[in-house]
Write a protein of this length. Structure first.
Length: 182
């Protein structure tokens, strides 16, 4: 009930309510933007722009999803816009040329000796198109249909890119695992 009242006050341009809502979500939205951009200043800018957009378009928020989920979608879209503006365009692939590769081991286990930090570093080293799908699917929890809409790719491309990203991650983590055994 509290959040609903806060959002209603924000819709009436109540600055104190807007600041309160901003303070509730700014840190979490910064983390989301930083996952995509990897740059502190750009992530901060995206969060600011996302909140400005959210407050301007707050009348469009109908409460069908949580406010946090609605705002996160804005942050993700803004982050992708920044990447695109830096000339990081997606290569359009014909669906006929794509083949979904099913992983052999669906559980996709890695050695206990590999730290979470090493996994994060490996994700950061992925090609951008793979990294974005991994972050959206494995970390943010979006399904392939949502990823396809967000990234403007097909669901087949989303599945394929996730599968290929997993293989690349495994390949990059295997040497780390073998190095620990020596």
């Amino acid at each position: 009930m509290f959040q609903t009242e806060l959002i209603e006050k924000c819709k009436q341009n109540n600055r104190k309510a807007q600041l309160q809502l901003y303070n509730c979500y700014c840190d979490g939205m910064y983390v989301v933007a930083h996952k995509f951009l990897g740059n502190t200043m750009e992530a901060e800018d995206v969060v600011q722009e996302a909140f400005i957009n959210a407050f301007v378009k707050l009348h469009q928020y109908q409460g069908e999803v949580t406010f946090g989920a609605w705002l996160k979608r804005i942050v993700i879209n803004k982050s992708i816009d920044v990447l695109k503006s830096k000339k990081h365009y997606w290569q359009d692939l014909e669906e006929a040329h794509l083949k979904v590769v099913e992983p052999v081991d669906e559980e996709w286990l890695i050695e206990d000796t590999i730290t979470i930090e090493k996994v994060k570093q490996a994700i950061d080293q992925l090609p951008e198109k793979y990294r974005l799908v991994v972050v959206l699917y494995l970390i943010e929890g979006y399904d392939h249909q949502e990823i396809a809409e967000i990234l403007n790719i097909s669901e087949v491309a989303s599945r394929t890119q996730l599968s290929r990203a997993k293989l690349k991650l495994q390949e990059s983590l295997i040497p780390l695992s073998n190095a620990k055994e020596r």
